[in-house]
Design a protein around this ligand. Sequence first.
Ligand code: URA
Length: 239
Amino acid sequence: MKLDRLIARHESTGRNRARQAIIGGRVCVDDAVETGIDREMGRFNRVELDGVLIQQAERLLHIMLNKPVGIVSATLDAEHRTVLDLIDDPDRHSLHIVGRLDKSTSGLVLLTNDGRWSKKLMDPNHKVAKVYRVETRDPIPPEAVAAFAAGFYFHTEDLTTLPAELEILSERSARLTLHEGRYHQIKRMFHRTGNRVTALHRERIGLIALPDDLAPGEWRILTDNEIQDSSSRIPKLPP
Ligand code: URA
């Protein structure tokens, strides 16, 4: 809603009078005088008129969680514990999940109440990298690298997956970087090579890496740098 409209509505007055108040320097947005009558206001802006609070700013929250296996990536579930059950913040019910993980997958989950931030992070055009550690039932052959880079055709969605970078770490483990997020994508990709995923762990989304000292089930608020950088493309990992 535009600032003049918000003031007019709150004061039960016309937009002209609201505009006069704004132009006259009587309105503060986020603790600074605001004279732009048509500035768009959101729920995270604090607005004052003549020093009196008109709209309290909601608290912006950006959280990382180390999801343990067995926890559901949902905000509500009748049967299972959810990622939200692990977060003991008073505003946790305002959060949504930025990129779900399967119940059997562990690792980095981001949660926020900042829709613009999550939209940018998940925007298919930005192709933000998601990095996973994969353990498999059978050995991963060297040819798998080219197969993941070429992409797999998924009949149900009628699409070919974007090039994914597979780095073989040992006979049965690899690091895989995806630039999209489709339903059970990694499990389906390995299945197509005749193999099975036995363990899957997300290490990173964009530039946000799960820190070693965040134990399974633990969470923390993201730093300002993590929030700013999060939608940048990640640099190539060292060999
Ligand atoms: N791919 C999967 O198969 N599962 C996940 O949880 C994430 C990516």
